[in-house]
Design a protein around this ligand. Structure first.
Ligand SMILES: C[S@@+](CC[C@H](N)C(=O)[O-])C[C@H]1O[C@@H](n2cnc3c(N)ncnc32)[C@H](O)[C@@H]1O
Length: 264
């Protein structure tokens, strides 16, 4: 569904039908998806260029969408290392596209579930790629809203951050119905299609950052997080651009909060 919102071709009739139902509830959903993706790119640039991070663990990667995280960070720091993880078997089939590292850096792909923290942290692919004695940016972009509170998403984030040293970062985005009740309707549509989507408030999303130092401007609508010139987002083979992602959308159209925070 997300690939469909991003204008990609890696989606199937069942995804298209479900996505159209979500669009009927929240017509701006494609704006939200593209603004989220553009936020991820800006935040990754900040982490590589300004925070000096060279190691990234991205859980809930999704289908390859250019620029992928490794393309963004290796464009700035060719020796950057990126471990991707997702629990969707279809993402696994596209993972080759995520493994095209720069010669100086490394990328790896884990077929893993965010709810199984040990399987992620102990995976040989992760241990061979990342040095956990050095700072890592943990990227959880548009993935935590797939976990109900009963899965203890706060505990999972904490346990993923626990082994990372001081100077590591959390990069996170999450949908919200704070400013637009239509988002809750769309989330219900997702749930009716069997996809458990849960909106959270600013206060609930802030809890993911407990004990961390938020980087300016804090937790804001993703299009307001250090906005810059338009980023061109293309899915793996659509060739469709996304020049509007960082245009002046309203918070209600975007309805995704994002932030970056540092572990002290
Ligand atoms: C909306 S996409 C986000 C993709 C990318 N992070 C972005 O923001 O552009 C969410 C991804 O999270 C993955 N996902 C959902 N629940 C997950 C879980 N429990 N463990 C790992 N991945 C999960 C889905 O398979 C999907 O690929």
């Amino acid at each position: 569904m997300y690939d469909y919102f991003l204008g990609g071709k890696d989606n199937f009739p069942a995804d298209q039908k479900a996505a159209e139902a979500a669009i009927a509830a929240f017509p701006q959903i494609w704006i939200a998806a593209r603004a989220n993706r553009a936020f991820m790119t800006r935040a990754a640039r900040y982490l590589a260029a300004e925070a000096g991070i060279r190691q990234f663990l991205d859980v809930g990667t999704g289908f390859p969408t250019s620029p992928n995280l490794h393309e963004t960070v290796q464009g700035l720091a060719p020796d950057a290392r990126v471990v991707y993880a997702d629990n969707d078997p279809l993402v696994l089939t596209y993972a080759r596209a995520l493994l095209t590292s720069s010669p100086a850096g490394r990328t790896a792909y884990l077929d893993a579930d965010l709810r199984d923290v040990e399987a992620i942290l102990d995976a040989p692919e992760l241990r061979d790629t990342l040095d956990l004695s050095r700072p890592v940016a943990l990227s959880l972009v548009a993935v935590l809203h797939f976990l109900p509170d009963s899965d203890d998403p706060y505990g999972l984030v904490r346990r993923l951050l626990d082994p990372l040293p001081a100077g590591s970062y959390l990069l996170l985005s999450h949908i919200t119905a704070d400013v637009n009740p239509a988002v809750e309707t769309a989330a219900r549509v997702y749930r009716q299609q069997g996809v458990p989507v849960h909106t959270r408030s600013h206060e609930q999303i802030a809890r993911f950052f407990d004990g961390l130092e938020l980087v300016d401007p804090g937790i804001v609508s993703v299009h307001r997080w250090r906005p810059g010139p338009a980023t061109k987002t293309t899915t793996s083979d659509s060739g469709q651009g996304d020049e509007a992602a960082e245009a002046d959308h309203g918070d209600a159209e975007v309805s995704v909060y994002g932030a970056v925070a540092r572990k002290a």
